[in-house]
Design a binder for this molecule. Structure first.
Ligand code: PDD
Length: 281
């Protein structure tokens, strides 16, 4: 059975879902996106994703074509039509369709596309083996744009090396994973993750997990760390709507926490799943 996809106000079968070749998302990567996790048929941290979506659009001089309430309605309608219990909802908003010109077009309706993906999020995950790669992305990684070629290439480098993912490094320090925020846990039990800036995406899962860690009175240090420091850490992990709290068990060939999820990663993942089940809408 084909999925139902939302395209510019219409719910259509995926094989009939189309956007113009002149869409600025296609020609210029002139668009932003969000991915919201779904657990038990309900949306996790939805409000945070809407706030970040509006901010991303604003940073590119675009407004929200639909209200948060309308977006929630469309997300829910797609979950129901596609019978999604656990998985993701992807939304992409571009500047719209216009003849190719570097200058932004004016008074053009934005394109809005949403689709769902089934994915297991709460089952136990094997630890990721990551490699480090240079971070060659642009300087505004805090805006969630659809320009994902650099992280996609980094992911392929990892795959070619027989690993799972890559941590990107700039000026000697880890920025983030290809599609997740990166963390290490020191021997003393402190959680280290890069501070928020234009160098990384301000993860919605990151905010929720750090809040949970603070409630547990864990020590949190928001600062850059190196690959060497990570290789000497007790545990490492990543967070994202697509991964929740996922252990990292190898960094550039050095194994961590005996190749399995460590106790802090496990605890944070359990708590995040519990919290998601409680607060999803
Ligand atoms: N990616 N950093 C980057 C570069 C990301 O692409 C993502 C998410 C994150 C984590 O953000 P959040 O916790 O809000 O999902 C961090 C999404 C899931 C993706 O591109 O599929």
């Amino acid at each position: 059975m084909s999925r139902t996809v939302y395209v510019n106000g219409k719910y259509v079968a995926e094989e009939n879902a189309q956007v113009s070749v002149f869409d600025r998302g296609f020609l210029f990567a002139d668009g932003v996106y969000e991915v919201t996790a779904v657990v038990g048929g309900k949306l996790v941290d939805f409000q945070g994703h809407v706030v970040r979506l509006e901010r991303s659009l604003g940073e590119l001089g675009m407004g929200m074509p639909l209200t948060g309430e309308e977006l929630l309605g469309i997300h829910r309608e797609l979950l129901s039509r596609n019978n999604v219990d656990e998985g993701l909802v992807y939304i992409q908003i571009t500047r719209g369709v216009a003849d190719r010109d570097f200058a932004f077009p004016e008074n053009v309706p934005q394109s809005v596309v949403l689709f769902t993906q089934n994915k297991s999020l709460t089952s136990e995950k094997p630890g990721l083996r990551v490699i480090s790669v240079p971070d060659i992305r642009w300087g505004r990684r805090d805006i969630k744009t659809v320009q994902l070629l650099a992280p996609s290439m980094a992911k392929m480098m990892a795959k070619k090396a027989g690993k799972d993912d890559a941590w990107m490094v700039e000026d000697g320090y880890v920025t983030e994973g290809t599609s997740n925020n990166a963390y290490i846990v020191t021997k003393e039990g402190a959680i280290i993750t890069r501070n928020l800036s234009t160098s990384i995406l301000h993860g919605i899962t990151r905010a929720a997990v750090l809040k949970l860690a603070a409630e547990l009175e864990m020590k949190i240090e928001e600062r850059p760390f190196t690959i060497t420091e990570a290789q000497e850490a007790k545990e490492a992990f990543v967070t994202a709507a697509t991964a929740f709290v996922c252990p990292v068990v190898e960094i550039d060939g050095v194994e961590l926490s005996g190749g399995i999820a460590g106790p802090i990663v496990k605890r944070l993942n359990e708590l995040y799943i519990e919290e998601s089940r409680k607060s999803s809408i």
